[in-house]
Design a protein around this ligand. Structure first.
Ligand code: AMP
Length: 258
């Protein structure tokens, strides 16, 4: 299973950290999670990661960590400014960031790509890179939700400053107000979840990310999943759509039963 060390390799990059300890799984799953901002990709990536053992790889997490912790290089400043506006970070910067973390794409535990790719150029690059690494995608899950529900979700969303776990005022409140259940960190409204920025992010999604549905549909990889209901209901629907049985007796196994 993917351990926290492997996630550190993704977030911080590979320089200066020891080789992560990989735990070979019998059946690694490799998925891309697509969907508008606020549709619940991050939450599903976390739940799917727990269920399947695959590593949650979010480019948004990498850029947030870089802008919080790394000395502001020109590239980090550029990414930070784009995020603040709700715009996409330029393709060349996103691609070089993922390229530096290519080893995570070869993780024997598999991966759940959350927030990458977001443009056609990124998707084409990913195809080429996975080909070079000899790795195949199993599926691309597209989460679907009406716009009103997306806005509702984003406005109530609170994120842990430290470990980035996502809560929601109505649907997933923390045990203690404004405190993360997992690490005790402070819960905040992400700067890019402010209503005016959400509008820019939605526009960017419709213009540049939605065309990926066709790109992956043409490859026969696209699996649409309705994202209404609780996170657990969406997880159940996702596993069903992917043909992954939740029964421990089944041949295709969940991480918890491996
Ligand atoms: P997320 O947490 O996935 O919603 O990402 C937060 C922000 O990071 C986005 O609004 C973008 O500004 C930036 N970002 C993350 N991933 C990408 C990507 N693949 N391409 C361009 N910008 C990205």
């Amino acid at each position: 299973m993917c351990d926290t060390h492997s996630r550190t390799a993704w977030i911080q990059g590979w320089d200066g950290i020891d080789e992560p300890v990989w735990h070979q799984l019998r059946m690694p799953y490799r998925f891309v999670l697509l969907g508008a901002p606020g549709v619940g990709k991050g939450t599903q990536a976390r739940l799917l990661g727990e269920a399947l053992g695959s590593c949650h790889l979010s480019t948004g997490d990498v850029f947030r960590a870089a802008s919080e912790h790394i000395a502001a290089t020109p590239a980090v400043k550029l990414a930070k400014a784009a995020m603040k506006r709700g715009d996409l970070v330029p393709d060349d910067l996103v691609i070089s960031t993922v390229y530096e973390r290519s080893q995570c794409l070869q993780c024997p535990a598999g991966f759940l790509l959350d927030g990458f790719p977001r443009t056609l150029q990124q998707a084409q690059w990913l195809d080429e890179r996975l080909g070079q690494l000899g790795v195949m995608l199993d599926a691309v899950v597209h989460y679907e939700l009406p716009t009103e529900q997306i806005v509702e979700r984003l406005c109530g969303r609170r994120t842990c400053e430290d470990c980035h776990t996502v809560y929601h005022e109505m649907t997933r409140p923390p045990a203690r107000a404004d405190i993360c259940d997992d690490c005790g960190g402070r819960l905040v409204l992400r700067a890019d979840d402010q209503p005016v920025v959400v509008r820019v992010r939605m526009d960017a999604y419709l213009k540049t990310t939605e065309p990926l549905k066709e790109f992956y549909g043409d490859q026969g990889l696209l699996i649409p999943v309705r994202a209404t209901g609780t996170p657990e209901e969406v997880l159940e629907r996702t596993l069903q759509a992917l043909g992954i049985s939740t029964s421990p007796d089944d041949g295709r196994m969940l991480a918890s039963s491996r």
